[in-house]
Design a protein around this ligand. Structure first.
Ligand SMILES: [Zn+2]
Length: 322
């Protein structure tokens, strides 16, 4: 049973907003594009294993996707965790294409693609650290012990994976082998560590302790708010739209739309601040009328904070109900 589904990552939304709002000739553009491509590939890789997870015996496992816990000193993030009464299994998904070579003697994963060689962090080191952190976390939270296992799944179908050391195939596989491997691991653990109440209590405690990363994407790239393009951007041709007679109109391609400000304000929430005042929104959306902006902000359906001139409107990242 899935007790925490995978949702669209906030960091990915923030990077998409940044790509829309960064002027084309900004010096950080290529860095942002690379981060966006990597984050998007990571998310697609994680989603691709959901198909395989359908085939594991669901009654035996509570499945938690995208879990980020704090161990008292550091945050640690796990793509998927399977919790059973006999063991816990952490899955780390790598969506990397090309010819891959894992040399665990020197802790290096290298990839050759189109004649270019690149190095990546050793995923075995990463999951071994996660295993230790999760074991300690469980011990600290509930004074319980249970074996914690981990697997690295390479999800890219075209990738060719080579392992220098045969022993690494215990922990590193292509994602097609997930179901078989989960069954093999389950056979290794026949001792029941938890009763059903303890299992539920642990799994729900894990979900409740999840910390959504809140890092500012502008700070992480050292980009200033004043570098960003303001205004409502036309979805068809990327030109600026203006508010005319109750609709957004693109002067370049003639597109007309009623809700184009919603994405613009969500970009603002992703990149600058989760709330906006009427005055800030008038400048950002390039609308002079205080009443019009008041109406548009109220229709977003977010919370209103403060009163009179200091009122701020929360910008929901879900799309408003129409
Ligand atoms: Zn247009």
């Amino acid at each position: 049973m899935i007790i925490k589904p995978r949702s669209y990552p906030l960091r990915l939304r923030k990077l998409e907003a940044l790509q829309r709002r960064l002027p084309p000739h900004h010096p950080k553009n290529s860095l942002v594009q690379e981060a966006l491509a990597r984050t998007r590939a990571g998310y697609h890789g994680e989603r691709s294993i959901d198909f395989h997870l359908n085939f594991i015996p669901h009654k035996n496992y509570l499945i938690i996707h995208d879990l980020r816990l704090f161990d008292g000193q550091h945050f640690f993030q796990m793509d998927t965790v399977l919790v059973s009464r006999k063991f816990i299994l952490i899955l780390e998904v790598k969506n990397i294409s090309g010819s891959l070579y894992l040399d665990s003697d020197i802790y290096q994963l290298s990839r050759t693609l189109n004649g270019k060689e690149e190095s990546f962090p050793d995923p075995l080191l990463q999951i071994e650290r996660q295993q230790l952190q999760l074991s300690n976390w469980i011990q600290n939270q509930l004074s319980l012990t249970i074996p914690v296992e981990s697997l690295v799944l390479f999800s890219n179908k075209q990738a060719v994976l080579h392992l220098k050391n045969d022993r690494d195939s215990e922990k590193v596989i292509k994602s097609e082998g997930l179901v078989n491997r989960v069954n093999v691991i389950a056979q290794r653990h026949d001792k029941v560590c938890f009763n059903v109440d303890q299992l539920n209590s642990l799994a729900y405690r894990m979900v409740q302790s999840h910390h959504e990363p809140r890092q500012s994407v502008l700070e992480s790239f050292d980009i200033k708010e004043f570098d960003l393009v303001e205004g409502v951007i036309c979805q068809s041709c990327l030109s600026q739209m203006s508010w005319l007679k109750g609709k957004w109109q693109c002067s370049a391609c003639g597109t007309r739309a009623t809700n184009s400000h919603v994405l613009a304000l969500q970009d603002y929430a992703c990149l600058c601040h989760p709330q906006i005042s009427n005055k800030q929104a008038r400048k950002y959306l390039n609308i002079n009328s205080e009443d019009t902006v008041k109406r548009l902000l109220a229709k977003l359906g977010g919370k209103k904070i403060g009163t009179y001139k200091s009122t701020k409107y929360e910008i929901p990242l879900e799309n408003p109900k129409r």
